[in-house]
Design a protein around this ligand. Structure first.
Ligand SMILES: Nc1nc2c(ncn2[C@@H]2O[C@H](COP(=O)(O)OP(=O)(O)OP(=O)(O)O)[C@@H](O)[C@H]2O)c(=O)[nH]1
Ligand SMILES: [Mg+2]
Length: 298
């Protein structure tokens, strides 16, 4: 049998640098939700890419901020999860933007000091910068950490992604594939559906609302051939937020439903009847029981 390479690669970085966008692009499908707001991703998601000679399991992690600034249970949990992802992987990709190095970037590098595995610096969003700025930024980063490779990319435009993949494969061990070649994510269908709904809330609502919401798929069944019925609950933290999520004459919830249904249909490859309702779970972000119910491993 042909010897192949396989391994786990985690992408870590501060919020909003484009980790989820990159994992989606590499996998070729939307498996991780993205938004223009920080702290969109809440749990680690695996995106699996299989080639003839290699399989890479990418870990999309929640954005890391300095733990002292993390106030809620969720924030603390997500940061710890992201940092824990460093333990079980074969290669680490630190993602940054082509902007001056921030305290958060430095905090992340501090956590890598003891790591004995290849660490790549992935400078994303180079579509927004000049080559000359990139060179000095590379040197500044090298002064802080002995990166195995520094690879500038644009996740959005797909620039340099084949170089990134090629270099990563070179640094992975020979190992049989971990997953069947047709699998693209470890997320159960229900979780992905709930996430796609949460993405629309991130994009359509403001201020605290996106962060105050949790989505739970309560029913998921094939009613007819090619038609799936999905009932999902959107929980807000306070009654006033419930009103905003429903909107004037139900406009907001209709918009969320329409956009989410399109994405869900694309993913499932069939027609979907999406039934959404909005409830309140008072202060769920502060409540360990509610968080556990949502699958957070606290
Ligand atoms: N211009 C530009 N924008 C990008 C690029 N990659 C991602 N973005 C944008 O950056 C924003 C954040 O992207 P995400 O993928 O959600 O970022 P993230 O790192 O997963 O964020 P968290 O989950 O909050 O940690 C979105 O608005 C993306 O469209 C890129 O290569 N170029
Ligand atoms: Mg993300």
């Amino acid at each position: 049998m042909k010897k192949i390479k396989a391994g786990f690669v985690t992408f870590i970085g501060k919020p909003n640098v484009g980790k989820s966008t990159l994992v989606n692009k590499l996998v070729g499908e939307k498996i991780a939700i993205t938004s223009a707001r920080p702290q969109t991703t809440r749990n680690i998601i695996q995106g699996i890419v299989t080639f003839d000679e290699a399989q890479i399991v990418f870990l999309d992690t929640p954005g890391i901020i300095n733990l002292t600034q993390a106030k809620t249970l969720i924030d603390q949990h997500t940061i710890k999860e992201a940092l824990k992802s460093l333990e079980g992987v074969d290669l680490v990709g630190v993602m940054v933007e082509p902007t001056p190095i921030s305290e958060e970037d430095k905090f992340i590098l501090e956590n890598l000091k003891k790591i004995k595995k290849p660490v790549f610096l992935v400078i994303n969003k180079i579509d927004k910068t000049k080559d000359s700025q990139l060179e000095s930024l590379k040197n500044e980063y090298l002064n802080l950490f002995p990166f195995t490779r520094i690879i500038p990319i644009s996740a959005k435009k797909g620039t340099n992604l084949s170089v990134l993949i090629g270099e990563m494969i070179q640094h992975l061990p020979y190992h049989p594939a971990y997953y069947s070649s047709d699998l693209i994510t470890d997320q159960p269908e229900r979780v992905l559906v709930a996430e796609l709904i949460r993405e629309k809330i991130f994009n359509l609502t403001r201020q605290e609302i996106p962060y105050s919401v949790m989505v739970k798929v309560e029913q998921f069944e094939e009613r007819k051939k090619n038609l799936i019925y999905i009932r999902a609950a959107i929980y807000a933290e306070h009654t006033s937020q419930r009103g905003i999520l429903i909107g004037k004459s139900g406009k907001m919830i209709k918009d969320i439903g329409r956009l989410a249904r399109k994405d869900i249909e694309k993913h499932l490859g069939c027609q979907v009847y999406l039934d959404l309702w909005v409830g309140v779970k008072k202060d769920w972000r502060k409540d360990k029981k509610s968080l556990k119910e949502m699958g957070y491993r606290l």
